[in-house]
Design a protein around this ligand. Structure first.
Ligand SMILES: [Zn+2]
Length: 413
């Protein structure tokens, strides 16, 4: 067997024992307990090999703008207002350079697939969309970038936004999103987004139900329209923080409704924790939808980053492992199988949500592999294991050195 690279003594997520993984022509050519072939080798010493992380929800275009925004009065309305004002001045080069900084951090933390939610409206025109197309091309060596265009400021109430969305779809947007809570007619916005999606045969990803009032939900209408258009398996909602306020039986009912409609859910712990519940002087709710419980009912759920260094979230290192650890911590999850389920929410489940048919570790699939400094999925989440290196289509795409202690007896100055 002619191989380009052999990863020796690797652990795999669902398999006992260790395996060698043979790579040839950018694809996985063999997975066996011992591959008897000559090729360049990496000895992994029982470290975990997983497919690259999947970031299903991030805003590259408005990342890294804290220095342009007021730090006062941080809440959702303030964040939307600040960014709406700032984006009028976004240029192509400016968006590219900030997005590039964020994208490179994500690649260096093991992310190999990404859905970039990208604002298209009369303030920013198609500049953010065009910047994402440039990055999609320039960084194809390290990441598969999917562009989701959406109207952050609304659609019905924002003349010109719909024409720009359609123009982006004509020019190759990968999917379309919505933000019904910012619109004067949320249900009509959903209907128009579904109409555009069907016209261009695109999947849909809505920002939705981003508050803590469980007495009504836009997701009910999304499920209804998904059924009406037979769009099951092609629709995702992000945030859905209202779900965090439901009683157990109501949550189970909502989960079954989502699963039946084929609507997926992405939770965004950093933003949800930072912006919501501020009206509580003490005892603020955790405000993050219990995704692991939705998964138990068959909903495809993901944990994602959302915002980085902007008024929505003034934090961010683009590490999905850190985000999954944050989720597990606030969801009070600690058992090995539950932590492994959290790992699936940054790998296999968002891959299902994004319909990545070539995702996973199996002979014949693209060699998109990540080596973590741990032995299993639960340890990866609990310890926020270091991603040591990544391989994208058979080529090394990033590496990080493991830390090394230097006790006095070995000191060399
Ligand atoms: Zn978002």
């Amino acid at each position: 067997m002619a191989l380009d690279l052999i990863l020796r003594n690797a652990r795999l997520a669902d398999e006992a024992g260790a395996f060698d993984i043979g790579i040839a022509a950018g694809r996985i050519a063999a997975i066996e307990p011992h591959i008897a072939a000559e090729a360049r080798e990496e000895r992994l010493e029982s470290r975990l090999v997983v497919p690259g992380f999947v970031e299903s929800h991030i805003h590259l275009d408005k990342s890294c703008i804290l220095d342009r925004c007021s730090p006062e009065h941080r809440n959702l309305q303030h964040a939307i207002k600040e960014v709406a004002a700032a984006k009028c001045a976004f240029t192509h080069e400016d968006i590219c350079s900030r997005s590039q900084r964020t994208l490179e951090k994500a690649i260096a933390h093991g992310t190999m697939y990404m859905r970039a939610h990208t604002e298209v409206d009369p303030r920013v025109g198609l500049r953010a969309f065009e910047a994402m197309q440039r990055l999609q091309h320039d960084y194809a060596w390290g990441i598969d970038l999917e562009i989701c265009v959406f109207p952050q400021e609304g659609l019905i109430n924002d003349p010109g936004a719909e024409e720009l969305l359609i123009a982006a779809c004509e020019r190759g947007a990968d999917l379309i999103g919505g933000c019904p809570y910012t619109d004067s007619d949320p249900h009509e916005q959903m209907a128009r987004i579904f109409a555009i999606a069907r016209r261009f045969d695109l999947d849909i990803d809505f920002h939705l139900d981003f508050d803590l009032d469980p007495s009504w939900m836009h997701v009910d209408e999304v499920c209804r329209q998904t059924d009406e258009h037979r769009y099951g398996g092609r629709v995702t909602v992000g945030h859905a923080t209202k779900l965090s306020m439901l009683r157990s039986q109501d949550l189970a009912d909502a989960a079954r409704r989502l699963a039946d409609a084929g609507v997926a859910v992405t939770v965004l712990p950093a933003t949800d924790l930072f912006l919501l519940g501020r009206e509580h002087a003490s005892g603020a709710p955790r405000a993050v939808a219990p995704a692991h419980r939705l998964v138990e009912h068959g909903v495809a759920c993901a944990i994602a980053t959302n915002n980085v260094l902007n008024p929505f979230t003034p934090f961010g290192d683009c590490s999905l492992l850190r985000m999954a650890n944050l989720y597990a911590n606030i969801a009070q999850i600690g058992g090995a199988s539950e932590l492994a389920a959290c790992f699936d929410m940054i790998t296999t489940l968002p891959a299902k949500m994004m319909n990545l048919t070539d995702y996973g570790i199996a002979v014949g699939k693209p060699a998109d592999l990540l080596v973590l400094d741990c032995n299993d999925r639960s340890a990866a989440i609990a310890e926020i294991a270091t991603p040591l290196f990544g391989i994208k289509r058979g080529r090394r795409s990033f590496e990080r050195s493991a830390p090394r202690l230097i006790p006095p007896c070995s000191e060399k100055i």
